[in-house]
Design a binder for this molecule. Structure first.
Ligand code: TYD
Ligand code: MG
Length: 452
């Protein structure tokens, strides 16, 4: 096959050049020229189908369009199983467990479908060693150690597998392009190729993408808008929990998360995340509170810890892990102005245990209480859950789906729930669980002082 011609195109103004240049002569932008295959028709980014248009109500969708991975956590994140003909990107830091997860689903999928695993990172022998460790014995799994996209596509066309795993997209290359594997042009061109193939052959394709130092997938986020689903596999490397999060899903909700634990025999699903996040909690100490965050449809209880100590330097340090830094600054300002705690000469460190990230404002009341608890050195009962959004005037505002959160606390043996008074009206009191409605942060702190 004749080598395809490539050109360099400025991503900002569209200037075309046969050679790479640091500065675009068209718009003056630096580093904006990216190599692309010169195509007469079928411009990069568009998928051409050779079929005629059909009526919407003539399109038949059968239940088999979704393939279950038999991992409940993964199926939920995918919106109810893998969709045939979809391209799913699994991103995450190196060594977090992406290859392990994808190899593990092969055992279950292998019972009903044919899988091709193309790896550019490990040899076939190394994959076999890992598969042995994960007890994968399915006869329907085909392995290939290949990085040339044309060879991978050829194998897919010959073998017609139902599921393809490409590990990782940064190692795959298209020989027509002169740039190195992992560069923007290579990653984009190979992904477009796989996307077209997935749609045309109705194959579900998983591609693995490493996150770069800047925290984005494959440099710029070029991949994210091309694929059907983007899943991020996150977690602290030295902790065993792993969270699978959908950031984009054309076939389901992006609110769902899947929680796994990395053990010596691979990833194990975690059915009760709250229990896991609260295990090993220090009892009777200041600066620790339990909050509830809704992860998709599931309420998850998590421990928030705060450490407030006098600052040694002129400017106090504020650090947060698992919660937005700006939110912490806002809550500390509320404590300062509305509750009268003089925090301006104190460092504050906030941490959510277990590597979980809380984005919901419903955790505000718990976070603010943890800070106050550390500062004033009082304890919050380990069986108290705090729910509520905190406003700038120090008021505690209503949050959604309080009943679900309270129920979760009840299931885990909590005996007090401090909730916004607006929500408390609609909650029925349980025998073993006291629900206390509060209107402001000061009132919440008083209630806690009374309950100790
Ligand atoms: P891996 O799937 O290779 O990561 P990625 O593909 O995201 O780069 O995961 C490797 C890590 O997982 C490695 O640190 C070892 C650990 N691990 C286990 O703890 N138990 C296991 O059974 C396996 C296979 C890996
Ligand atoms: Mg890997």
């Amino acid at each position: 096959m004749a080598k395809q011609k490539t050109i360099f195109i400025c991503q900002d103004c569209g200037y075309e050049s046969p050679k790479w240049m640091g500065k675009c002569p068209g718009c003056g932008e630096w580093n904006s020229l990216v190599e692309e295959v010169q195509q007469t028709q079928n411009k990069a980014g568009t998928i051409t189908f050779k079929t005629a248009p059909v009526h919407l109500n003539e399109v038949e969708v059968t239940r088999e369009e979704r393939l279950s991975t038999d991992l409940k956590e993964l199926d939920r994140v995918l919106g109810g199983g893998m969709v045939r003909g979809s391209l799913v990107l699994v991103g995450g830091d190196p060594g977090i467990g992406k290859s392990t997860l994808l190899l593990q689903i092969c055992e279950n999928i292998g019972r009903k479908a044919k899988i091709l695993y193309a790896s550019g990172e490990e040899s076939v022998k190394q994959i076999k060693i890992r598969a042995d460790r994960l007890a994968i014995t399915t006869p329907n799994l085909l392995l290939m150690a290949e990085t040339n996209i044309d060879a991978i596509v050829q194998s897919i066309n010959d073998l017609k597998p139902d599921v393809v795993i490409v590990d990782s997209i940064q190692t795959v290359f298209k020989p027509d392009l002169t740039s190195a594997p992992g560069s923007v042009s290579q990653v984009r061109e190979t992904t477009i190729h796989l996307m077209r193939l997935a749609k045309e052959s109705n194959t579900a394709i998983f591609i693995v993408g490493h996150v770069t130092k800047e925290g984005t997938l494959a440099g710029p986020r070029v991949l994210e808008h091309m694929v059907d689903c983007v899943l991020y596999f996150e977690g602290e490397r030295h902790q065993s929990y792993r969270i699978l999060r959908a950031v984009k899903n054309r076939f389901g909700s992006t609110n769902e998360i899947g929680i796994f634990e990395m053990r010596d025999k691979g990833l194990v699903e975690v059915d009760n995340p709250s229990l896991m996040f609260l295990s090993g909690r220090p009892i009777n100490v200041s600066g620790s509170c339990v909050v509830c965050t809704l992860e998709g449809t599931r309420p998850v209880l998590a421990e928030v810890q705060a450490l407030v100590s006098p600052t040694g330097f002129g400017i106090p340090r504020r650090m947060s892990t698992g919660i937005d830094y700006n939110r912490i600054s806002l809550l500390m300002a509320v404590l300062e102005k509305k509750v009268g705690l003089h925090l301006q000469n104190h460092d504050a460190y906030i941490n959510v245990i277990g590597g979980i990230r809380i984005e919901e404002p419903a955790a505000d009341l718990g976070v603010i209480t943890a800070i106050a608890s550390s500062f004033k050195n009082f304890q919050v009962s380990p069986h108290t859950l705090l729910i509520g959004e905190v406003g700038l005037t120090g008021e505690v505002r209503a949050v959604n789906q309080v009943d679900k959160r309270v129920n979760e606390a009840f299931k885990l043996g909590f005996n007090v729930c401090i909730v916004p008074s607006e929500n408390a009206k609609n909650l029925k009191q349980e025998k073993d669980l006291k629900v206390i409605g509060v209107k402001s942060v000061s009132e919440a702190l008083e209630v806690i002082a009374r309950n100790i």
